[in-house]
Design a protein around this ligand. Structure first.
Ligand code: ATP
Ligand code: MG
Length: 249
């Protein structure tokens, strides 16, 4: 495995790592980390995959040390070729401190996706997941699109999902344009028509996602070496009032 040039911005150290033909994004543990952020990021991406969300392959290296490295396979490469990528922020033409909404992303997909219905559903699934794992990082730069040719784009696999049990009880990206940023499963259900998802199907998606997370979070954390008191610190991110609402919806 070979490390390539690193430092692609952001608060945390990152690098590209080549392994055979595959290129991975390496996200390092910082000496300043108070919590096992990289372990939990890998566990949460695996939980997302278990919920049917499109997720890149993940690995945890140096797992037996205090400085584990999350490896996330890059989705913007095909062999040596780079696949054009834009963030949702770029797609929506947002600048400065302007936030955005999920329904604006839907509008972009309606015009530019090569399979809008599939992307609506995938985005709705990610919105449900974001709320049910208390993801604090759902800003527009953490959604993006890969170019598929002929002026068309597809939602990229999911990335940068970070459960925060006690921080930011609000979504970074509102559900509806100009609407509330509440992390509310009931609001997600009410918004299903904007994603062109029939209500019974939306209820089913919400219930199933809540079940998979409730059944899976503890084992997913255990597999990356987070157990005992560390896991208990994260419990409120995965088991909370929104979970209860979702399980009974
Ligand atoms: N698997 C991936 N394949 C290709 N590009 C990726 C992948 N994961 C993330 N990226 C790109 O790298 C950027 C940084 O990754 P990520 O969002 O996971 O890290 P971060 O810690 O939030 O850093 P930043 O503050 O720079 O966003 C993303 O905004 C995205 O453009
Ligand atoms: Mg990010």
């Amino acid at each position: 495995m070979q490390a390539l040039a690193g430092g692609s911005g952001g608060a945390r150290p990152k690098a590209n790592v080549r392994d055979g033909d595959a290129l991975w994004l390496a996200k390092f543990t910082s000496v300043h980390d108070q919590q096992p952020i990289e372990r939990v990021e890998v566990a949460t991406l695996r939980l997302a995959a278990a919920c049917g969300i499109r997720t890149p392959a993940t690995r945890l290296e140096l797992a037996d040390t205090p400085f584990p490295v999350a490896l996330i396979q890059r989705f913007d490469r095909r062999g040596a070729t780079r696949i054009p990528y834009i963030s949702a922020r770029t797609a929506l033409g947002k600048t400065g401190a302007e936030l955005g909404s999920y329904t604006e992303i839907v509008d972009f997909m309606r015009s530019y996706s090569s399979d809008p219905m599939a992307d609506f559903r995938e985005l709705y699934q990610r919105l449900i997941f974001t709320i049910l794992v208390s993801n604090k990082d759902d800003q527009l730069k953490n959604h993006g699109f890969l170019y598929v040719g002929s002026g068309r784009w597809r939602l990229s696999p999911v990335f940068d999902v970070n459960p925060a049990p006690d921080r930011n009880p609000h979504l970074e990206t509102a559900i509806l344009e100009g609407g509330a940023h509440d992390r509310s499963i009931n609001l997600v259900l009410e918004a299903c028509e904007f994603f062109e998802i029939p209500e019974p199907e939306a209820r089913e998606m919400i219930r199933t996602t809540a079940q998979r997370i409730s059944e899976g979070w503890r084992e997913a954390l255990r597999q990356v070496g987070v157990s005992g008191a560390l896991a208990r610190d994260y419990e409120p991110a995965f088991v909370n009032d929104q979970t209860a609402t979702a399980l009974e919806i």
